[in-house]
Design a protein around this ligand. Structure first.
Ligand code: G6P
Length: 443
């Protein structure tokens, strides 16, 4: 009999946590959890208490034996944990709203995870995740860190390059895409196999198999009209048919920010005037969710949670934990060290690819399809931006930050990069200790 697990969830007061709890409950017969720690910062006390009480009701209803603990002491939670899950939002939704708004001032896309918005989020989050890793190295050196916090690829790369922590970066897009394709092809999700290549929020599905048959071409034809192949937080404009069939792969929802830049920017500017940034929309959804969570009669995950872009993220986390725990050897798409799997990217870069999952972790498998130049070009450019962002996030070097932002395809000029960077540094100064060490703000 294998030992039961201790799991620490950092950012446990997140509105998404009930989804994670539901995932543990669904698997309680096959995945024995001994202790589940939900950790948050003092500032998140109210949220942690509300989510924690709901989690308790959900576990009680399911007759779960999990010992649920709420704490503000991260070290207590991490000590001897088998898995540490990070779902943190440094600076809360207020910081996200600024990330999304600053680029819009300069007619650039303002997005939570990519472009200048994702860049700001990376600068804020890198020091925090590296700090969490110090605790893991110290108190649970064998633990596996599963990171969901965004930008997930950049954070995974920072952890891989700057710590000794075993880590896998996770996103709900691979599982979400599988579900969307299953729906499109009117089949069960278990019949769908996807080969994905790329980096987080910039991955291409290069092969689509349903019941073993390669239907990539058919899906690309169907996907050109608006077809539900998107996430809740990214508008579905369909795809240009000629573009899609000659691309030869299915882009992810976030590719729209790159391939349909003008249309996406217009959409953002229009909705900014009416509903505000996505962060403001999410804030309203979250407030409603927390009102629901407070109800002492509620003991399930409310369906409203599926309106969030990160829906089904717990499926990804729990499938992964289960496969590691049971040494399953199945294939899942996760963020790991490249190690030559994508030859046009550095070996030490984080990539999002299909991996075999067993008790030693995630092992990338060689894709069958070669990377076409139209994919390679964008992939290399955005990866170079990510490499520079990791350096800037760790060192607080202004010039590296400027290079990163300048080459990002959603910024693309020094003049814009300088203006945006100045705003980012000024408006995030409470969260950027690495930059505040230097005399950068007058640059
Ligand atoms: C997507 C992404 C997640 C992101 C989420 C945001 O699904 O894959 O990484 O966190 O959307 O959703 P939200 O509802 O917060 O805009």
């Amino acid at each position: 009999m294998k030992k039961s697990l201790k799991i620490a969830v950092i950012g446990g007061g997140s509105s998404y946590t009930p989804e994670l709890i539901e995932g543990f409950i669904k698997r309680q017969d096959i995945l024995p959890i001994r202790e589940l720690y939900l950790v948050d910062i003092e500032k998140g006390r109210k949220k942690l208490e509300i989510v924690g009480a709901l989690a308790k009701r959900m576990l009680e209803k399911a007759n779960s034996t999990i010992d649920l603990k709420l704490t503000y002491d991260r070290r207590e939670a991490i000590k001897d944990a088998d898995f540490v899950i990070t779902q943190i939002r440094v600076g809360l939704l207020e910081a996200r709203a600024r990330d999304e708004h600053i680029p819009l001032r300069y007619n650039c896309i303002g997005q939570e995870t990519t472009g200048a918005g994702g860049f700001a989020k990376a600068l804020r989050t890198i020091p925090v995740i590296l700090d969490i890793c110090k605790d893991i190295e110290d108190l649970a050196p064998n633990a596996m860190l599963l990171n969901f916090a965004n930008p997930a690829g950049i954070l995974t790369e920072a952890v891989l390059k700057h710590t000794n922590v075993k880590t896998i970066g996770l996103c709900n897009i691979p599982i979400g895409t599988k579900m969307q394709i299953a729906k499109l092809c009117e089949t069960d999700v278990s019949n769908v196999y996807l080969e994905m290549i790329g980096i987080n929020h910039l991955n291409w599905t290069t092969r689509i198999l349903v019941e073993g048959n390669d239907i990539t071409k058919e899906v690309l034809t169907k996907a050109s009209s608006s077809s539900g192949l998107t996430m809740k937080n990214v508008p579905d404009f369909g795809w240009d048919a000629n573009f899609l069939t000659s691309l030869g792969a299915l882009p992810c929802a976030y590719h729209r920010y790159f391939y349909m830049k003008e249309q996406m920017l217009k959409e953002q500017l229009d909705s900014f005037k009416t509903t505000g940034t996505r962060a403001q929309v999410v804030k309203r959804v979250e407030d409603e969710l927390f009102e629901l969570y407070k109800d002492p009669e509620l003991d399930i995950k409310p369906p409203q949670l599926q309106e969030r872009g990160g829906a089904y993220y717990s499926e990804a986390a729990l499938d992964l934990i289960l496969s590691i725990y049971t040494n399953k050897g199945d294939i899942q798409t996760v963020n790991v060290k490249n190690n030559g799997i994508i030859p046009c990217l550095p070996n030490d870069a984080a990539v999002e690819v299909n991996c075999v999952i067993n008790s030693d972790g995630a092992h990338p498998i060689q894709p069958r399809v070669e990377i076409a130049p139209q994919i390679r070009g964008l992939l290399q450019l955005v990866k170079a931006y990510e490499e520079l962002t990791v350096i800037a996030g760790v060192t607080g070097d202004y010039k590296t930050a400027l290079q990163a932002l300048t080459i990002h395809p959603l910024v693309g000029s020094v003049e814009l990069a300088e203006k945006i960077l100045k705003d980012i540094l000024v408006e995030n100064k409470d969260y950027l200790p690495q930059f505040n060490k230097r005399e950068v703000l007058q640059n």
